[in-house]
Unconditional design. Structure first.
Lengths: 891, 119
C-alpha cells in the first residue's frame, strides 16, 4: 500500500473496482445458474440471495484497506449526511441549536470569567512564589491586623524570602494642575517592583537596595495617569508633581495593563507608587512593634514551597514571641500567615464564581437532556429509515457512529452559534459584571476558552447523542419493515429512557430553582430589612485634606486646626439651595461604603481590663448632627455636640451592639476606653445609639464607636446633605470647598440610596444570574415533559380512540394523560429535593434570613414545578380529547 | 439442487479461510467467484464460504502482500479481477501448512476413540 491510497480519487477508483469485481461475481454466478437450467429471472434472484448483502460486503471489504483515510472519509461522509438531515428538519434543528447555543454560550461566558480570575496566574513572573503576609491575633479573633517595621525587617532577614514589601494604600490630592485630582496611591517599599518582577515602559523603577528611611522623593506612575493627566508626555521622566503638597519626581511609567495586586478595587486601580522606607518621617514610632502598617506582600525564595516557607516563618514567630513577650503576650496568639497572592486578590469571589459555573453547567445538562429526548422521538420516527438502511447493508456500528456524528455536528453548530454571540456581545456582557469583581481586565475569549467551548460542545453532543444512537442496536429490522405505513418503532425500553430523561431534567431544574429561590428570598429579606438609618434624600460627597509627609507643612495637623475649615464648609453647605441639613464626618462614617477598610478599625483598650488584648472595633469621626441627619435614634445618655472639642474631655458615643458586647451586664455610660493602645488619654462613653446597618447590610449588630470630629481630626471627609439638592450638586459643592482651599479635591458624589443598592451589587449579580439560569431550566423542563406527553398521546392515538369508542369519558382520558405527566414530575421533584438539600447546604454563607433547607422554599418550588408540569401536559391531553374515535380506529 | 441444507455446512474459522485461499491459489491466479466454486467443490459441498468473509479476506491478504491483483478476463470474456500468489504468500502458505498439519494430527490423536488407542 502506498501513500497514494490515501488520496481521495485513488480511493474512489478502488471503490469502483471493488464494486465492479462484486458485480462480475454476481454475473458469473447467474450465468452458471442459467447454464444449469434456471430461468434468467430466477437465476438473478438466486445469485443475489446466495451472494448476500452486496452493500455490506463492499463495506466490510473496504474495512480491510486500513489506514486513517478510511476514518477520515467516513467522518466526512457522516458530517455531510448529518448536515443534510439537519437541513431537512429545520424546526428541530433550530430548537436544538438554540438550546445548545444558550447552554454552551452561557457556560463558556462564565468559564471565561473563572478562567481569568481563578485559573489564570497573576501576570507577574513566577507568580507561585508571591504571597501576602497577614498577621493574625488568634487569641482575640482578629485577622490581618497589620505588621510593624521591626517585624518586616525580621522577615527580610529570615532567609525565607527574596523580598518582603510593605504597602499602604491611600488616596492623595494631585495638585498643580488645572483642577485638584484625587489619585490612588500605594506607598511601597523600594523593593516593590523588583519583588513583582515588572519593568516600566518608560524610565526606571526603584533601587531595591535603597535604604532611605522615609520617602526618597521618587514615584512611579501608571500608564493610565500618564495618558489621562500628562497627555502621554514623552518627557515625563524627572518631572516633579505635587501630591498632598509633597513633591515627587517621576522616575518611571508602568506599562499599560499593569495592576497592583490589591484586595480592593481602589487598591487595584493605584495610579502612583511613591517609595518609602517605613523607617522615617512621617512615621515617628516605627521602631515599636505595636506601630502597624496594613501589611506586606513577599516573594518566597525559589525552591521553597509556600508550606515550607510557612513552617520556617512559624519557627521565627515562636522565637520572636519568646524574645519580646511584652509585645506578643501569649494570650493574643500572634501568628503570621502566608496567603497565595492570587487568593488574596480573588478573595471571596471564588465561591460565588464556582457556584455560577455549577449552575450554568446544570442548564447545559438540562438542555442536553431535552435534546436527547427530541432525538429519541426523532429516532423512533426514523426507525423505518434506519431499518431500511440496515437491510441495505448498513452495519449497525456504522449507523450508530453516524447518528453520534449527527449529534456532535448539531452540538458543534450550537456551540459555534453560542460562541459567536459571546464574541459579539462580550463588551456589553462584561459591563454586567459587578464592579467589585477582581481581574475583569483579564477576561478574554482566549484560545483556552475556545478550546473549552469546543470541548463541552463535543461532550454535550456525545451526551445527548448516546441514547438515540444505542437504540439502533436494538432495532428489530424485520418487525419494522413488516409494519405497514409509518407505524411507530418505539420500544418499551425507549419510552422508559425518555421518562428517565424527563425525571432527570425535573430533578436538575428543581435543584437550580431552589438555589435561585433561596437567593431571591435572601435578597428580598435584605432589601426589606430595616436599615436603622434613613438613606432617602441624603447625598454624600467626599473630599480629602492633604496629609503631607512633613508634619510641619500640615495645614490641618489637629482637630482644633481643622475645626474652622469644618465649620466653614458646613456654613456654606447649609446655604446651598435645597439643603435642609448638612454634616461632616470621616469617610469611614459613610454607611455601607468602606473603601479603606483598614482605616475604620480601631484597637480599643478598655479601662481596668488590661491593655494586652486590644479589641478591634469599627469607628468613625463624626460631627454633632450626624445621627440626626441619618435619623439614628439615641437610646441612652447624650449625643456628641459641638462643645466636645479639643478643650473638652474626650468622649465617644457607641452603638447598642457595642454596649451589649463589651458591657453586657453593666451600664456603659461613664465607662472609659482608649481608641488605640498608644492614645495618650481616655475617652468617656457618653451615649448609646440604636444599631444601624451602616457597616454591613447583612447585620445590624456590628459594634461601632463614634468620636467627635472636633476632638479627633480626619483627613478623609464625607459631606452629608439632606434635602432636595439639584443634579449639579457636586459642582456646587466643589465650587464652595475649593473657594475655601483650591487644592482640595471633591469627588464621589452619590446618594445614600445608591450606596445601599451598590452594596448589594455582587449579591444582586449572583441572584440575577442564578434566577435567569433557573428560569431557563424551568422552561426547558416544561418543554421536555410537554414533548414526552405529546409523544405519548400520539403513540396512543389508537388506544385512546378505542377507549373513547368503548365509552370512556373525556374526563377519564384527561386524567389518564395528566397522571402520566404528574408521575414524572413527582418522581423528578422528589429526586430533585434530595439533590437540592445537598447543594444548598454549601450556600449557607451567602444566604440571609432563610435557612439552606427552608421547607417553605422547597415546597413552593416543588409546587411550582408540578404546576408547570400539569400545564405542559394539559395541552397534549386536550389534543387526546379531540381524537375522533372513527379516524383513530381506522389506522 | 447442488446446495445442501445450511445445517450441514461448516462455517469457516477465522484464519483458516486465509490458508484455504492461499492453498487454492497455488494452482494459478483465480477470481473471487472461482475461489468460492473451488472451495465448495474441493470440500465436497461441505465448506460454504460467504462472500462477506471472502472479499474482506482477499483485501486483507492483498494488504499483507501475500497475494497480488491483476485484471484478466473470465471464460465469458468479462473483465474480472484475478488474484495471484506472491512469493511471500507462498512462503506463508508453507509455514502455515506445516502448523496446520501438526494441529490436525494433534486433534486427530485426541479425538481417536479410547479402545483404538489402547489396542
Amino acid at each position: 500500500m502506498s501513500i497514494l491510497d490515501w488520496l481521495p480519487w485513488m480511493r474512489e477508483r478502488r471503490t469502483r473496482e471493488l464494486a465492479d469485481e462484486l458485480l462480475a461475481h454476481l454475473e458469473m454466478a447467474e450465468a452458471d445458474l442459467v447454464a444449469r437450467g434456471e430461468s434468467p429471472r430466477d437465476a438473478a434472484a438466486h445469485a443475489r440471495r446466495e451472494f448476500g448483502n452486496v452493500g455490506l460486503v463492499q463495506e466490510i471489504s473496504r474495512d480491510h484497506w486500513g489506514g486513517g483515510a478510511m476514518w477520515i472519509e467516513r467522518l466526512g461522509q457522516d458530517v455531510r449526511f448529518a448536515l443534510r438531515m439537519l437541513r431537512k428538519a429545520p424546526g428541530f434543528t433550530a430548537v436544538a441549536v438554540l438550546t445548545i447555543a444558550l447552554g454552551v454560550g452561557a457556560t463558556t461566558a462564565i468559564f471565561s470569567v473563572v478562567n481569568a480570575t481563578l485559573l489564570h496566574p497573576l501576570p507577574y513572573p513566577h507568580p507561585e512564589q508571591l504571597v501576602r503576609i497577614e498577621d493574625d491575633l488568634l487569641g482575640v479573633g482578629a485577622q490581618d491586623v497589620g505588621m510593624s517595621t521591626p517585624e518586616w525587617w525580621d522577615l527580610e532577614r529570615s532567609g525565607v524570602f527574596d523580598y518582603v514589601s510593605p504597602g499602604w494604600f491611600d488616596d492623595n490630592n494631585l495638585t498643580g494642575l488645572s483642577r485638584a485630582q484625587r489619585v490612588g496611591l500605594l506607598i511601597v517599599a523600594p523593593n516593590y517592583f523588583a519583588l513583582l518582577g515588572v519593568k516600566p515602559q518608560l524610565g526606571v523603577t526603584f533601587d531595591p537596595a535603597d535604604r532611605t528611611g522615609g520617602f526618597n522623593g521618587q514615584a512611579v506612575i501608571s500608564d493610565g495617569l500618564w495618558k489621562r493627566v500628562f497627555g502621554s508626555d514623552p518627557k515625563i521622566l524627572g518631572r516633579v508633581v505635587q501630591l498632598d503638597s509633597d513633591s515627587y519626581r517621576i522616575v518611571g511609567v508602568m506599562p499599560p495593563g499593569f495592576q497592583a495586586p490589591g484586595r480592593t478595587k481602589e487598591e487595584r486601580s493605584t495610579e502612583v507608587w511613591p517609595a518609602f522606607g517605613y523607617a522615617g518621617p512621617p512615621l515617628t514610632t516605627y521602631e515599636r512593634r505595636s506601630q502597624h502598617f496594613p501589611g506586606a506582600i513577599a516573594r518566597i525564595k525559589s525552591g521553597l514551597t509556600i508550606a515550607q516557607a510557612q513552617t520556617r516563618v512559624d519557627a521565627l514567630v515562636r522565637s520572636l514571641r519568646a524574645q519580646y513577650p511584652a509585645d506578643y503576650p501569649p494570650q493574643s496568639e500572634w501568628t503570621i500567615r502566608l496567603v497565595p497572592l492570587k487568593d488574596n486578590v480573588v478573595g471571596d469571589t471564588r465561591q460565588s464564581l464556582l457556584f455560577l459555573l455549577g449552575a450554568v453547567a446544570l442548564v447545559l445538562l438540562i438542555g442536553c437532556t431535552n435534546i436527547a429526548n427530541l432525538l429519541l422521538s426523532r429516532a423512533s420516527a426514523r426507525g423505518r429509515e434506519m431499518a431500511v438502511r440496515q437491510a441495505l447493508g448498513g452495519a449497525a456500528s456504522r449507523l450508530t457512529r453516524q447518528l453520534l456524528t449527527e449529534s456532535v455536528v448539531l452540538s458543534m453548530l450550537g456551540g459555534a452559534a453560542g460562541v459567536a454571540v459571546l464574541l459579539g456581545a462580550k463588551s456589553s456582557l462584561v459591563r454586567l459584571l459587578p464592579a467589585s469583581l477582581p481581574r475583569v481586565n483579564d477576561i478574554t475569549i482566549s484560545w483556552g476558552v475556545l478550546l473549552f467551548a469546543f470541548g463541552i460542545s463535543v461532550v454535550a453532543g456525545a451526551l445527548f447523542g448516546v441514547a438515540p444512537a444505542l437504540q439502533i442496536r436494538r432495532l428489530d429490522v424485520t418487525r419494522v419493515l413488516k409494519q405497514e405505513g409509518r407505524g411507530s418503532t418505539a420500544s418499551g425500553e425507549q419510552a422508559r429512557t425518555r421518562r428517565v430523561l424527563v425525571v432527570a431534567e425535573f430533578a436538575l431544574s428543581l435543584v437550580l430553582m431552589v438555589a435561585a429561590a433561596l437567593l431571591v428570598r435572601s435578597f428580598w429579606d435584605l432589601i426589606h430589612s430595616p436599615l436603622g438609618f434613613d438613606p432617602r434624600g441624603v447625598t454624600v460627597i467626599r473630599t480629602r485634606l492633604p496629609y503631607p509627609n512633613d508634619p510641619a507643612e500640615d495645614l490641618y495637623p489637629t482637630a482644633a486646626a481643622e475645626a474652622p475649615f469644618v465649620r466653614e464648609v458646613l456654613r456654606r453647605m447649609r446655604a446651598l439651595p435645597g439643603v435642609e441639613e448638612a454634616e461632616l464626618g470621616s469617610s469611614s462614617s459613610i454607611p455601607l461604603d468602606h473603601p479603606e477598610q483598614d482605616q475604620n478599625v480601631f484597637r480599643v483598650v478598655f479601662e481596668g481590663r488590661g491593655s494586652e488584648q486590644p479589641s478591634f472595633v469599627n469607628g468613625a469621626e463624626v460631627g454633632s448632627e450626624y445621627f440626626h441627619l441619618l435619623r439614628v435614634p439615641l437610646l441612652r445618655g447624650r449625643l456628641l455636640t459641638e462643645f466636645d472639642n479639643d478643650k473638652a474631655p474626650l468622649v465617644v458615643v457607641i452603638n447598642d451592639a457595642m454596649a451589649r458586647k463589651y458591657w453586657s451586664n453593666e451600664d456603659p455610660l461613664g465607662k472609659r476606653l482608649k481608641v488605640s493602645p498608644l492614645a495618650p488619654s481616655w475617652s468617656t462613653v457618653v451615649g448609646v445609639v440604636a444599631d444601624a446597618r451602616t457597616e454591613s447590610l447583612e447585620s445590624a449588630r456590628v459594634p461601632v464607636l463614634y468620636m467627635s470630629l472636633y476632638q479627633r481630626s480626619a483627613k478623609h471627609l464625607a459631606i452629608y446633605l439632606r434635602g432636595r439638592v439639584g443634579a449639579t450638586i457636586d459642582e456646587q459643592v466643589r465650587e464652595q470647598v475649593q473657594s475655601i482651599n483650591s487644592a482640595l479635591p471633591v469627588f464621589a458624589a452619590a446618594t445614600l440610596e445608591h450606596n445601599v443598592a451598590a452594596s448589594l451589587d455582587a449579591r444582586r449579580f449572583a441572584m440575577e444570574m442564578i434566577a435567569f439560569f433557573a428560569l431557563t431550566a424551568l422552561l426547558l423542563a416544561g418543554l421536555g415533559i410537554y414533548g414526552v406527553i405529546s409523544y405519548m398521546v400520539s403513540e396512543r392515538t389508537h388506544e385512546i380512540g378505542v377507549r373513547l369508542a368503548l365509552g370512556a369519558r373525556q374526563a377519564d382520558i384527561l386524567r389518564m394523560v395528566l397522571r402520566q405527566g404528574l408521575m414524572l414530575a413527582i418522581v423528578g421533584g422528589a429526586v430533585g429535593l434530595i439533590g437540592a438539600a445537598a447543594v444548598t447546604h454549601t450556600m449557607s454563607s451567602v444566604l440571609y434570613g432563610v435557612s439552606a433547607t427552608d421547607p417553605l422554599t422547597f415546597g413552593a418550588v416543588a409546587g411550582t414545578l408540578i404546576v408547570i408540569a400539569l400545564v405542559a401536559c394539559y395541552i397534549p391531553a386536550r389534543r387526546a380529547l379531540r381524537i375522533d374515535p372513527m379516524s383513530a380506529l381506522r389506522y | 439442487m447442488a446446495n445442501k441444507p445450511p445445517t450441514s455446512r461448516i462455517e469457516l474459522l477465522q484464519g483458516t479461510l486465509d490458508l484455504i485461499v492461499l492453498q487454492k491459489l497455488r494452482w494459478g491466479p483465480c477470481h473471487g467467484y472461482g475461489l468460492v466454486q473451488l472451495i465448495r467443490a474441493g470440500s465436497n459441498n461441505v465448506l460454504q464460504v460467504e462472500t462477506g468473509s471472502l472479499y474482506p479476506a482477499l483485501q486483507r491478504l492483498v494488504r499483507q502482500g501475500a497475494i497480488s491483483t491483476e485484471w484478466g478476463t473470465s471464460d465469458t470474456g468479462r473483465r474480472v479481477r484475478m488474484y495471484r500468489l506472491t512469493p511471500k504468500g507462498r512462503a506463508r502458505l508453507a509455514a502455515e501448512r506445516s502448523k496446520w498439519d501438526q494441529l490436525t494430527d494433534a486433534i486427530a490423536g485426541l479425538m481417536r476413540p479410547p479402545e483404538e488407542s489402547e489396542a
